[in-house]
Design a protein around this ligand. Sequence first.
Ligand code: ZN
Length: 317
Amino acid sequence: MRASAWASRARAHRGLRPLSVADLVAAFEVPVADWLPGGGGFALMEDGLPTPICIELVDDAGTSALAEVEQRVILRAMDNLGTRTDAAEGYTTFRRFLVEHATAPHGDAARAVRAVGIDLSEVYEPVAAGAKLATPSGDVFYPCPRCGWPLAVRGSSLSCARSATCLAEGSWFRLEKQSVIPLGKLDSPQPRPCTGVAVLRVGVWRYTTLPGLAEIELATRLEEIAGVQVELWPFIDRYDLDVRLGEHQWRVDVKDQTSAMRLARHLAERPAREATWIVVPDARRDQVPILHRNVPPEARYLFAYSSEFVRRVKGAL
Ligand SMILES: [Zn+2]
């Protein structure tokens, strides 16, 4: 009811009739811009299920329990490593493992997690029912070719349904008898047995693996520039990339979020102690002007999309 009151108020400004709760629920299946002035061109629901972009908006919300779970795991790992002489290296190794192993053989996952003093069940779990396919030789799953998480099975469709970025890159397939037909640009994955496999819990996958892929990609591009040194996930400071070139230094946080306005509010409420670059993936370059407009300069953030940031570092040569 509150949502229908809010939507109706926004519509009243444009002389549009109010929406009842039933109207609003029906409207979830059509593009938001069709019923909410200034809304996006995407729908919130499709065939009775929330769309990836809808799930991302919920996940990105400040009260997201998923983000808190992930924070707890990462902070506990840092705590447990504490003052060990190899703490920084152990932390980076753990983070990289999570980014590169959305699924892993049970033994590998247990070793990686135990190395930072955390129980396997806090970070990994068995393959979810919604990703399993029964075959004569036992249950199998298909890993997403981009992020490695098990693809969701819906009827004859297989997709990385919770990640708008994976979907945009083409992680979408059709099951036909024994074969998997690509519907996007990514090649079909091979089936893997569910037995003995550990799958990252959704909060860790969403808040460590997905942004981590963008972080590693940016680090790789920067390291191709002669003389540039990149440290991923510096242990003591809470940002993603420490980039150095001669006497230049950039502190970088990579943000791969759906709502630029929500990100802007989050940053405005948490000013940086030192100038920090917020870098968004190229596919989200439209967010840069929104962030510029909505985060006050005294918060000490600077904004760029990936390619623009790489050019800036090259320009410092
Ligand atoms: Zn994926």
